[in-house]
Design a binder for this molecule. Structure first.
Ligand SMILES: C[C@H](O)[C@H](O)[C@@H](O)C(=O)CO
Length: 495
């Protein structure tokens, strides 16, 4: 009987979280969902926050359910979350308030201020990171500008996964991949860039030790073990930026040029590099060089993914129309193709709110057919996302001067088969979709590497390929898709 190794992966997205139990038999991984929960950020006064203690409660629920289900023998726990957001702790290790949500509007104007203070090129050359309004650098600059008193008493800064690792083990460390999303990390030294922080007049002494993915942070504290009735399980710092874990599970085992798209609330599209690509061209294209597992670089662009569809669904629910994602996809299939397009990354669509109205306004403003019903709206969004993926694929080919032979799509967003099919037709490339639970799978692979059960990233990817299905989508109707792409480019540019 092959020895079985069990690990528990917590994956937090912007709209939901899950605890997934992985069992490895030496060749294949099996997955079992132990706990799933919604992630409900809260607007309080005029600021937007994560309900971090509620999320920690869900972690404890996940561990408890796993133990009660008879899996006291889990060998490790790993936690990954969305990027950039953080909590501050005082000198007694107490959390100084609920972390802000990256969509909070406090950062507006901070990119321009940073440009005036240091110049965007200076920041890019140091960090290799794309300019998003929500980057941690701009969140700290906003706190500085508002004279936020918390900055004066803060002793340590921890990103979301670091916070949960600390609350479980009592150990404070900053994991590399999540730290790389901050635009405060030097892309060459893989450590904090204190010179940049000083120029931005951000306190430098609150940034702690950087640890690499695969580092054992510590064990569950006695209090946690007591409370949950479980043994002292090691907690591993995985690719704790969810996208780093998702990319680690892309089931590529042969040597061919491919792009990946990690799909969910966001769509992160790019390629994997052995070293950062920080040049005038990548600065112009505003690509990012986020840190990956096993020393890799995630060279990518953020694209406003299924967030626009999620928010439209929430708006229709507020209007008493409770559609499922399947309902919306079916309605979209019966709508006319290529009637109208949006730029998914237009700032109109960044904040929560009435997306269907903003989509109509965007189409009206750009002189296009104004989509009416849910079907037309969703089709407009899905084909616009697919064309944005085409634009990013073209940019990658222009930067690398090498053709991409396939697009790997992973994550929960691949359940939307319309977006997968459209992506194949818009890019003119084979789309390989899977695994769905890519992020928690990559999280588990890194835990198993930390436990010495998997020897390398390539071996891990082979095991993922052996374990989970991949669906293939081929391009269709190239002539009409290429004609529509020309129309799209008249409305949308790659920022
Ligand atoms: C802010 C986003 O969460 C971040 O840029 C993205 O990489 C992510 O973490 C998606 O889950």
């Amino acid at each position: 009987m092959a020895e079985l190794t069990k690990v528990l992966a917590f994956d937090f997205g912007a709209s939901s979280g899950r605890a997934m139990l992985f069992t490895f038999d030496g060749e294949k991984l099996s997955i079992e969902e132990m706990h799933r929960f919604s992630n409900d950020p809260v607007m309080a006064g005029n600021s937007f926050h994560w309900d971090v203690l509620r999320l920690f409660f869900e972690i404890k629920q996940g561990i408890n359910k796993t133990v009660l289900a008879g899996h006291k023998d889990i060998k490790a726990i790993g936690i990954d979350t969305w990027g950039v957001d953080f909590g501050l702790f005082d000198k007694n290790g107490k959390l100084l308030g609920n972390p802000y949500h990256y969509r909070d509007t406090r950062t507006s104007g901070m990119i321009d201020l940073a440009d005036q203070m240091m110049g965007k090129k200076y920041i890019f050359d140091k960090t290799g990171i794309q300019f998003n309004f929500f980057n941690t650098l701009f969140q700290f600059m906003a706190m500085k500008k508002e004279n936020d008193p918390v900055l004066g008493i803060a002793d340590k800064m921890l990103f979301m996964p670091d916070i949960f690792n600390y609350l479980l083990t009592g150990v404070m460390k900053n994991e590399y991949s999540i730290a790389s999303t901050s635009q405060l990390l030097n892309v060459k030294t893989k450590d904090w860039d204190k010179e940049l922080m000083e120029k931005a007049s951000i306190p430098t002494d609150i940034f702690g030790e950087i640890v690499m993915p695969g580092t054992v942070i510590g064990e569950l504290s006695d209090d946690i073990c007591e409370e949950l009735g479980c043994p002292k399980i090691p907690v591993v710092a995985v690719g704790s930026h969810d996208t780093a874990s998702a990319v680690a599970s892309v089931p590529v085992t042969e040597d061919y040029k491919y792009a990946y798209i990690s799909t969910g609330t966001w769509a992160l599209m790019g390629s994997e590099l052995d070293s950062p690509n920080v040049t005038d061209t990548t600065f112009q294209y505003d690509f990012t060089n986020e840190g990956g597992v096993c020393g890799k670089i995630r060279f990518l662009k953020n694209i406003m993914g299924l967030w626009i569809i999620q928010e439209s669904k929430r708006q229709w629910a507020r209007e008493g129309k409770n559609f499922t994602f399947d309902d919306l996809e079916q309605a979209a299939w019966s709508a006319e193709p290529f009637q109208s397009f949006i730029d998914p990354d237009c700032e109109d669509f960044a904040a929560p709110g009435n997306m269907p109205r903003r989509i109509r306004e965007f189409c009206k403003r750009t002189g296009q057919h104004v989509p009416e019903g849910e079907g037309e709206i969703i089709r407009c969004v899905a084909q616009s996302l697919a064309f944005k993926f085409r634009m990013v694929a073209d940019a990658i080919e222009d930067i690398t001067k090498e053709p991409l032979s396939a697009v790997h799509m992973v994550g929960g967003g691949i359940k939307d088969t319309m977006v997968c099919r459209f992506t194949a037709s818009a890019t003119g490339k084979t789309v390989l979709a899977g695994p769905v639970e890519a992020t928690s799978t990559g999280n588990a692979v890194v835990q198993l590497m930390a436990l010495g059960k998997i020897g390398s990233l390539t071996e891990g990817r082979q095991i993922v390929k052996n374990s989970f299905p991949v669906k293939t989508y081929e391009p269709e109707d190239a002539e009409n898709w290429n004609k529509a792409y020309e129309a799209y480019k008249k409305i949308v540019t790659l920022k």
